[in-house]
Every structure is written in structure tokens, then in C-alpha cells.
Design a protein around this ligand. Sequence first.
Ligand SMILES: Cc1ncc(COP(=O)(O)O)c(C=O)c1O
Length: 387
Amino acid sequence: MKPLSTKTAGFTDSIIRRMTRISLKYGSINLSQGFPDFDPPKAITDRLAEIAPYGPHQYAVTWGAQNFREALARKQKHFSGMDVDPDREIVVTCGSTEAMCASVAALCNPDENVVIFSPFYENYGADAILNGCHAIYIPLVPPDFHFDPDLIEEAFKDPKTKAMILCNPSNPTGKVFSYDELKIIADLAIKYDIYVITDEVYEHILYEPNKHLYIAAFPGMRERTIICSSLSKTYSITGWRLGYTIAPPQITDRIKKVHDFLTVGAAAPLMEACVTGLNFPDQYYKDLQAHYTHMKNLFVDGLHRLGLRCVDPQGAYYVLVDISEYGYEDDYEFAVDLCRKVGVTGVPGSTFFKEPVKNYIRFHFAKNDETLEKALERLADIDIMKK
Ligand SMILES: Cc1ncc(COP(=O)(O)O)c(C=O)c1O
């Protein structure tokens, strides 16, 4: 038999999802794979039930149902001040996951470079590989996850560099990029004619006093930015697979074509049900933020009380805990032992870092109070992990 593709030969199974399987095996509390364990807003599920008998059940317009795109454009204007043409500047995709891969395909030729901050959400490397591109990784330096602008400039200077991927708020660090940081990136992108592909799936999950700024709204950035975002986290519907891109018409035109061949379209009845969510008033987003702030305070303050070292996340729902003091050289081994011996599952931090950083474990806290309290109770015994 002929060998399978060399392009995908290096793909491993996702460590995040592997940790979920290990967690199930040991009956551990699973704080690895990041999805909420509470229900989506009732108004959205009620609307889904209401339309179930009569649809829409057939393909929507390939780049997304008209009313869904119009609602998205209104929401984007409300939160970012950007005017977005729902016909020429939006493509509805199967999650931000498809949006990002289609964006790289729309912009990059094989052998070109995509710049990615490390640590990073694991799909970005795969997006580069699937599109035949090379990833250039720029470290976000712990514990505060700052970056060196000179390294970005060096990467942008390479004539083969086409785009940068920017995850803001960031998974796994919980970093929310400041105005000054985004300005540095924007100025360099303009100077070296680089596109920015954002991943803003956590745009509404923020902790005071942090604010989300859209780099696309910075002067000179609209024409070179593809916003990728999704409804997964904002409305607690990760299984519905609804995401989107917002980009200028000539880029959107190309994304539409890639998307048409990749997936044809997102689920029509789910788009219809979610128009309700996209039209929610400001109070919904305030309540969401209050809900996540409560969970963050419960869990992260609890970690601090137990003496665990971690940086408070500014956004998203993850926390990286420093495990240096437990004497493990391999964070994967630590994560499996923690699951087995303490009964709490996280993701070994090295999954997210390009550099050889092996002293973190990532927990997510999009869980109900009882689960988080139980996890903290178990983590009180973490000293048994010391070698
Ligand atoms: C940074 C980031 N981007 C994208 C996704 C996936 O988003 P979607 O469900 O819209 O495909 C996740 C999921 O955890 C994520 O953490």
C-alpha cells in the first residue's frame, strides 16, 4: 500500500481530548477540555424547539443565513464600533475552528510563514501545516506573558511571512492584550504589510478591569484583519459549531469559496435559533461576565489559598498553574499522576508551548460551583505529588 500523506503524518491525537479519556478512566474531576457544564440560554433553546417542526432544515446560503449575518453585523457594530456589510464581509463557518483554517487558506500560499504566539491553542499549528505553511513561534514569556516586539519585527521582515494569528483573550494564558501591545502589533503589521487573523472566541469572557479591544478597529488594520470568532463560548453552545469571519470584501470573497468547498455551510436551524442570542441586550453579556467572574474568583482564589502558584487570568476561562515545586521533569507524567492520585485532571502545559516549557498544568473553570469546590478539596492534597 502507498504511504499516507506526509503532510499529516506528524499529527498526534489531541492531548486535551486524551486527558479527558484518562480522566474518565480514573473517575477524576475533569478540568481539562474547556467547555461549560451549564445550559445555554433558555431563549435560544426555546427558539430551537419552536422552529424544529418547520425548519429551516435545508442548506442555508453557503456563507450563512441572511438574518444571522445581519444580526452578527449589528452585534459587531455595537461592541467594536465597526461598520460591517453583512453581505460582503461575513462568512458563517462551522465554528471558529473552520474560520481560522479557511482564513489561512484564503491568505497564504504553500511555503509562506504564519506567525503565532506561543503558548498557543493547538489548532493553529495544524492550520499552518494543512495549508503547507511554516509557523514562526514568538514566545509569550511567563509569568506575565509579555512579548518582545523585536522578535515580531524580525519575523515580519521575512518576505515569506504573510500573516499573524492573534488569540485575544488568549487560551491558555488568560492574557488580554492591552492597547499598547495591540498597537505595537498593528504598527508592525502595517509597516511590513502583514495580515492579522484574530481568534476572538473569548471576546465576552473578561475579568475587570480588563477590556477587549478589536485590533481590526485600529487605524489601518481593518483592511488587513480577518476577525474569527464564534458563538461557542459566548452562548455556551460549543456543540452547535457556529463561527464566523469578518473581513474586507475581497478577502471575504475568497473565504466564501474556501468555506464552500470545505463544509458548504453551517447548520441552518441552529443559525435561525441563534439569531435570538445575537439580539440579546447588553445585560446578557454583563451577566455572562459576572457568572465567569464568580467562577474565576471561586477557583483561582481557592488555588491561591492552597498555596498554588498561578497568574490570575484577565480573560477566557483557563488558569496555568506552576508545578515546578513537585519535582517532575515531564508535565505529562505530572498530569496523569495528578489525575490518578489526587483525582483532578488538567492539561500538561507543554501541549501549548513551542519552547521546552514543562512546568505548567492548565485547568479550566467553566464548571458549576460544586465541581470547582470538590476539585479544590481534592487539590488540598496536592503535596502527595512531591517527589
Ligand atoms: C482559542 C480557541 N479558539 C477556538 C476554539 C474553538 O472554537 P469553536 O468551537 O468556535 O470552533 C477554542 C475552543 O476551546 C479555543 O479555545
